[in-house]
Design a protein around this ligand. Structure first.
Ligand code: F6R
Ligand code: ZN
Length: 184
């Protein structure tokens, strides 16, 4: 079997930057078109979030990990959020550690059961297998978190792209409100 050489990566807790040499994936407003219930504002090429991933092979003997940097803002009253996904290998678990900012982690089973947990610096969120997960930035600065997942977890975006989560997170008079998704 291949034996890897140990290595270290520096994580900047404010910016989410990894040094050295991450794989960076950027998602613009246009990439999220169709994800928000009310999209009257035309989606532009502005960045909504970036994922900086440490390079290791995506195999079940490795741990993949990444920072996500999710910008603050709203679309039609809904806070900026990640697309959200089930893992392609459904039973693969994941851990999120929030580094800066604040938000909500929305999770759902395929039968529509929902859980929502707070994200703030120092909180570890455990996402068991079978739970789809989406991060929502409810603050006014970037939400930055570090995620660790089994290398062969993979991504299944299609289910969420089609029907969304059972709940959405909207800006209310007294802060964020978790309300039923009218399109679910
Ligand atoms: C990996 C994971 C995170 C997300 C990232 C972006 O399993 O959950 O690294 O991939 O926060 O969110 P998505 O992938 O939903 O666009
Ligand atoms: Zn995941």
């Amino acid at each position: 079997a291949d034996v890897m050489v140990p290595f270290a990566v520096h994580v900047d807790f404010q910016s989410g930057a990894l040094t050295p040499d991450p794989v960076i994936l950027r998602r613009s407003h246009a990439d999220l078109a169709g994800y928000f219930v009310n999209e009257s504002d035309a989606p532009g090429e502005d960045e909504m979030y970036a994922v900086h991933e440490i390079r290791v092979p995506a195999t079940n003997n490795n741990l993949l990990s990444s920072t996500t940097v999710l910008q603050p803002g709203t679309v039609g009253g809904e806070y900026f959020m990640t697309k959200g996904h089930f893992h392609a290998t459904r039973d693969r678990a994941e851990i999120y550690l929030t580094l800066s900012g604040q938000g909500l982690l929305v999770m759902a089973l395929e039968d529509g059961t929902t859980q929502t947990k707070e994200m703030r610096p120092g909180i570890v969120n455990y996402v068991p297998g079978h739970w789809a997960h989406r991060s929502v930035n409810t603050g006014d600065v970037p939400l930055v978190f570090y995620a660790v997942y089994i290398g062969d977890a993979g991504y299944d975006y299609a289910t969420i792209a089609d029907q969304g989560f059972p709940v959405i997170v909207v800006e209310g008079e007294d802060g964020p409100e978790v309300v039923p998704n009218p399109r679910y």
